[in-house]
Design a protein around this ligand. Structure first.
Ligand SMILES: Cc1ncc(COP(=O)(O)O)c(C=O)c1O
Length: 451
């Protein structure tokens, strides 16, 4: 693994935020729409490895990766080299006008890396939401049906169709409707909270799938349903890992009913969960979706997304039915080739598993001593704690917010999520050192003890 140029140590040069960030906040307030929020009040100047340095020289431990994007580390050497070379050759021609090799090479890599040993095709786009939009278009074109189902606690983006797919109203949907029609919602498997209703429902994924399938059959009807859109581990919804057996049972139902199974691996993809894709964790042979949406980690920080899947489904839309001016931009493709080479050459799948061991061990100890930690869950370098009122299962969003803020003040970037706003999530870059990771977790534990 290459050594990042930025010192890999936490350092507080000023209070958080420092004077430089405070000045930027003043300019921002007069220039940037208030609807765009930021988790931390500091402005970034440099980032590498497991550190983000702000404009005041504070160095923060990065346990967020810009929301699961810089999986290969910030400004990763192979990404930077690829981008530098490409940007000097050409920055854009539009793949729909004069195509170029980088796009084809990324499609080839995705077809090779994604689950399933059959002929595949890919289309490249710009954002996760755009990938989801296109996956739905492709599934509708293939099945000639229109209904789409998404899940409780699901998050798929902020465009009109993806707002319809997303579950949580505030802040993602409230006031922005009406939403795209023919989108339905079904219950998912949420072991921690399902177990409160019925122990078996919490632990037996097939039971949870029966509940889901009942809704699909009775409230939508397989003959109307083009696609089912699901995150194999829900991200914004609270890092919810479904009970074993849930996803395979739902997939089997889709296969029996000509419903396209779309896995949204925007947050979970590219080694994040200790497998190249989170679907691979399901069952002995892994789960093979029909279509898989990727974004975030694919571009090493540059905007790129994709839909990859079975050739016969992907090729259903008419020629010129898919595309976009910037989709598969050559600079983003060069970055992606650098990022994917890094994941494979540096065995970042293995690194995510090591991170999982370190984080689970530390958070497990913390949970044993603190009854405000209701659940510790996740996989690989995607692990969260669900915070509850002491000795109960009642969500505690105020504690979660206070803990996140305290970590930020102490120089550790952590993020929150969850339908109830009570989940503190960790998404470190896979290039973080064990020392920095352990220090970040110690800060988290110390700050929780003070609250
Ligand atoms: C699972 C999932 N799907 C889709 C999206 C939307 O991606 P983007 O913000 O790139 O549009 C996200 C973003 O957080 C996500 O986590």
């Amino acid at each position: 693994m290459s050594v990042p140029s930025l010192p890999q140590s936490r350092h507080l040069a000023t209070e958080i935020p420092g004077p430089g960030s405070v000045r930027m906040a003043g300019r921002r307030a007069a220039a940037v729409a208030r609807g765009v929020a930021s988790t931390l009040p500091v402005y970034a100047a440099r980032a590498a490895g497991g550190i983000v340095e702000d404009v005041d020289g504070n160095r923060l431990i990065d346990l967020g990766s810009g929301i699961a994007v810089t999986t290969v580390g910030n400004a990763a050497p192979r990404v930077v080299d690829g981008v530098r070379q490409q940007v000097g050759e050409f920055t854009h021609t539009c793949f729909m006008v004069t195509p170029y090799e980088g796009y084809v090479a990324v499609a080839e890599a995705l077809n090779r890396l994604t689950p399933g040993r059959f002929e595949k095709r890919s289309v490249l786009l710009n954002s996760g939401a755009e990938a989801l939009e296109n996956a739905v278009k492709i599934a509708r074109s293939y099945t000639r049906k229109s209904a789409v189902v998404a899940f409780d606690h699901g998050y798929h983006g902020r465009t009109n169709l993806t707002m319809a797919l997303t579950a949580k109203s505030m802040p993602y949907k409230s006031g922005f409707g009406p939403f795209a029609p023919d989108v339905y919602r079904a219950p998912t498997s949420y072991p921690y909270r399902d177990g409160l209703i019925d122990k078996e429902l919490g632990s037996d994924g097939e039971r949870a799938a029966e509940r889901t399938i009942g809704v699909l059959e009775n409230q939508i009807g397989a003959h109307n349903l083009a696609a089912l859109v699901i995150e194999p581990i829900q991200g914004e919804g609270g890092f919810i890992v479904p009970a074993p057996g849930f996803l395979p049972a739902v997939l089997a139902w889709c296969r029996d009913n000509d419903v396209v199974f779309i896995a949204d691996e925007v947050q979970t993809g590219f080694a994040r969960t200790g497998a190249m894709f989170a679907c691979e964790h399901e069952g002995p042979d892994g789960l093979v979706p029909d279509l898989i949406c990727t974004a975030k980690g694919i571009g090493g920080g540059l905007p790129l997304s994709a839909v990859t899947g079975r050739a016969e489904i992907m090729d259903a839309p008419q020629v010129s039915g898919l595309g976009g001016t910037f989709g598969g931009n050559p600079v983003a493709c060069a970055a992606a080739l650098g990022a994917l080479a890094t994941v494979e050459a540096d065995d970042l799948v293995g690194r995510a598993r090591q991170i999982e061991r370190v984080v689970f061990e530390r958070l497990g100890r913390l949970q044993a001593d603190d009854d405000r930690i209701g659940d510790v869950r996740g996989r690989g370098a995607m692990i969260a704690v669900e915070l509850v009122r002491p000795g109960s299962t009642e969500p505690d969003p105020a504690l979660t917010k206070a803990l996140a803020t305290a970590c930020h003040q102490a120089g550790v970037i952590v993020l929150t999520c969850g339908t109830f706003g009570n989940v503190l999530r960790l998404l470190p870059p896979l290039t973080i050192s064990d020392d920095l990771l352990t220090e970040g977790l110690d800060v988290l534990a110390g700050e929780l003890a003070k609250l």
